[in-house]
Design a protein around this ligand. Structure first.
Ligand code: S3P
Length: 170
């Protein structure tokens, strides 16, 4: 059974949607950022600050190779830049979760711990740079996606069910 790989921009809700999918299926979930923080025993923010982005991207590539070889039938939520790993398409069915940049940003701001959510993401420190990154990545996300889901104005549960239904048809 193939993995379901959730990709998309920072703050779009990949982790929450993966957790909702676990509720509605017999599948379990993994998160690539969580794996990195766990094997490194430090936060992503600390990894970026001490060793830089390329060090982090190397870990993402290593995880992708491991997922490809060892993991099946699992929901995999990923960091916003994970989709660039060369092994991506061999890891599973790629599901892009997308919403306009402003919708994503407004949703983060509406959150009770929005400051924390922004602080832990080194590439979301500067909103103009984050918007630029979104604009640069959107066509790249679309290119690798097998399934595209617009997550604006939908509940996490509705999105989870939509992915499960679309996934079955593949
Ligand atoms: C990144 C997104 C982050 C995290 C890292 C880099 C990116 O994950 O992997 O800060 O390049 O978009 P989230 O998408 O979960 O915020």
């Amino acid at each position: 059974m193939k993995n379901i790989v959730l990709i998309g921009f920072m703050g779009v809700g990949k982790g929450s949607i993966a957790r909702a999918m676990v509720k509605h299926t017999s599948m379990m979930a993994l998160d690539t950022d969580d794996i990195i923080e766990s094997i490194e025993n430090r936060s992503i923010k600390a990894i970026f600050a001490t060793d830089g982005e390329e060090y982090f991207r190397n870990l993402e590539r290593k995880i992708a190779r491991w997922l490809k070889k060892k993991v099946t039938g699992t929901i995999i939520s990923t960091g916003g830049g994970f989709f660039k790993v060369p092994a991506l398409k061999k890891v599973g069915t790629i599901v892009l979760l997308n919403a306009p940049f402003d919708t994503i940003y407004e949703r983060i701001l509406a959150h009770t711990d929005s400051a924390k959510k922004l602080k832990k993401r080194p590439l979301f420190k500067d909103i103009d740079k984050a918007r630029e990154l979104y604009n640069e990545r959107l066509s790249q996300y679309l290119k690798v996606a097998d399934i595209v889901i617009d997550v604006s104005d939908k509940s996490v549960d509705a999105i989870a069910k939509e992915i499960i239904e679309k996934g079955k048809k593949r």
